[in-house]
Structure formats: structure tokens, C-alpha cells
Ligand binder design. Structure first.
Ligand SMILES: Nc1nc2c(ncn2[C@@H]2O[C@H](COP(=O)(O)OP(=O)(O)OP(=O)(O)O)[C@@H](O)[C@H]2O)c(=O)[nH]1
Ligand SMILES: [Mg+2]
Length: 219
């Protein structure tokens, strides 16, 4: 848990060439607009306004990067990606972002894991599945891992929460069959359900990044 509390803002990018050169293992937060990405990052980092969360969907218009780890030697990056699926965003802006997201997920070398957030009441939608298709080859190859967070779990009772979890696992079965490393968890920024487990999973991904970086150096 304490590891993520060290998160601090690093930089913001509206194009991939504005991102820092790939180096530290990077964990991307993706999901439909309003799914709760920024709120989840703030909660994991125990920070009120690290990532901007708002009631106005589509507000995050850039890739925001946060550093994690010791002040004098960050050991991972968190990337808050713009949400998709918000109808009121102008078409040209939407298409541009689809391109940036697709390129990021397919090509960002330092990406070690994707946290896909989806409202627990909606589950995975077609747009989420389309996003997963973009990273599917990297998931299947084991280079990138996936954690799906069913957010706002505080809005569901126990039974419906478990049902949402089961449906989501079923929807991901094809990806799991292809060898992808996938976790699904109920999550609530409000009740803090799932918080400790998620922090632990992400901490584990940091060490996978060390292995990846080490392999690159050795090669
Ligand atoms: N009840 C409840 N509300 C939440 C939770 N997490 C987020 N919200 C609310 O959902 C809304 C959207 O949250 P954000 O974190 O801004 O969503 P986002 O995914 O970053 O949205 P974009 O930046 O537009 O892509 C806000 O009003 C939050 O307060 C939660 O765990 N429980
Ligand atoms: Mg946001």
C-alpha cells in the first residue's frame, strides 16, 4: 500500500512522442469515461487530487503520468488514459484519441500491465472489449497483464456484486484461454473494497518490470 502512496505527478502528454522514453515499468489505467479511473488512482495513492476526477465525463483529455517509488529513484509509472465512450465529445477529437489509445496500447514498450475499470453495474461493454482486442496479442504473449476493476461496487449489494464478478470472468474467458494473466476484482473508492488487493497486484507488476528491463539489458 505504502508504495502507491508515493505517487506524484510526472508529466502530461497529448501525443505519444511527448511521453518520456520507455524505461520504468508502466501501468495504464483505462476505461469508459466516468468509470472511475481518476478516482481509483487518487484512492490508491491516498491523494485527494492527484488525478483529476470530476462529475463531467470526458474531462481527462491527456495521458497523465505519475511516478511511484523512492523520490530519488522512481521504480514505476502510472498512466491515466482518457476515458472513451462519452457521446458529447466532438467526433474529430474522439477519432484522434482512439488512435492515440490504440497506438499506446499496441506499442508502448514499457507497458507491463493494464488496469481496465468498468462500472460494476454495467460490466464490460462492447467498447471495453474493443479496447481489449487492441492489447490482446500482448496479453496472450504474457508481456502485459490485465486487472479488471469493477468500480463503484458500493452501489451493489453483496449478491449483485458477486454476480457482476462472475459475468466479467465469463466475458474474459477467451482471453484467459489464450494464456493471458488476468485478474478481476470488485472495487470501491468509497468503501475501499478491493483496495489492498489491488495495491498488492500492482506492486507485483513493478517487479515483473524489473525482470523485463533486466532482460533487455542482457539482450
Ligand atoms: N459511489 C462511487 N462513486 C464513484 C466511485 N469512483 C468514482 N466515483 C464517481 O464517479 C464519477 C467519475 O469518476 P472519475 O474518477 O472522474 O472517472 P474517470 O474514469 O476518470 O472519467 P474520465 O476522466 O471522464 O474518463 C465521479 O463523480 C466520482 O465521484 C466509487 O467507488 N463509488
Ligand atoms: Mg479521469
Amino acid at each position: 500500500m505504502a508504495w502507491l502512496h508515493s505517487a506524484r505527478f510526472l508529466t502530461t502528454a497529448s501525443r505519444l512522442d511527448q511521453l518520456p522514453a520507455p524505461g520504468l515499468p508502466e501501468i495504464a489505467f483505462v476505461g469508459r469515461s466516468n468509470a472511475g479511473k481518476s478516482t481509483a488512482i487518487n484512492t490508491l495513492a491516498q491523494h485527494k487530487r492527484l488525478a483529476f476526477s470530476s462529475r463531467t465525463p470526458g474531462r481527462t483529455q491527456h495521458i497523465n503520468l505519475f511516478e511511484v517509488g523512492p523520490k530519488d529513484g522512481a521504480d514505476a509509472l502510472l498512466a491515466d488514459l482518457p476515458g472513451y465512450g462519452y457521446a458529447a465529445v466532438e467526433r474529430s477529437a474522439k477519432l484522434r484519441w482512439q488512435r492515440v489509445m490504440a497506438d499506446y496500447l499496441r506499442e508502448r514498450e514499457s507497458l507491463v500491465g493494464v488496469v481496465l475499470l468498468a462500472d460494476a453495474r454495467l460490466g464490460l461493454t462492447e467498447l471495453d472489449e474493443r479496447l481489449l482486442q487492441l492489447v490482446a496479442p500482448r496479453l496472450a504473449g504474457g508481456a502485459v497483464r490485465l486487472l479488471v476493476l469493477l468500480t463503484k461496487a458500493d452501489k451493489l449489494n453483496r449478491r449483485d456484486g458477486l454476480l457482476a464478478l462472475k459475468r466479467c470472468e465469463e466475458a474474459l474467458a477467451d482471453h484467459a484461454d489464450e494464456g493471458a494473466e488476468i485478474g478481476v476484482s470488485l472495487f470501491s473508492a468509497l468503501s475501499r473494497e478491493g483496495l489492498a488487493d489491488v495495491a498488492e497486484v500492482l506492486h507485483g507488476w513493478r517487479d515483473v518490470g524489473d525482470v523485463v528491463a533486466g532482460a533487455e539489458v542482457a539482450a
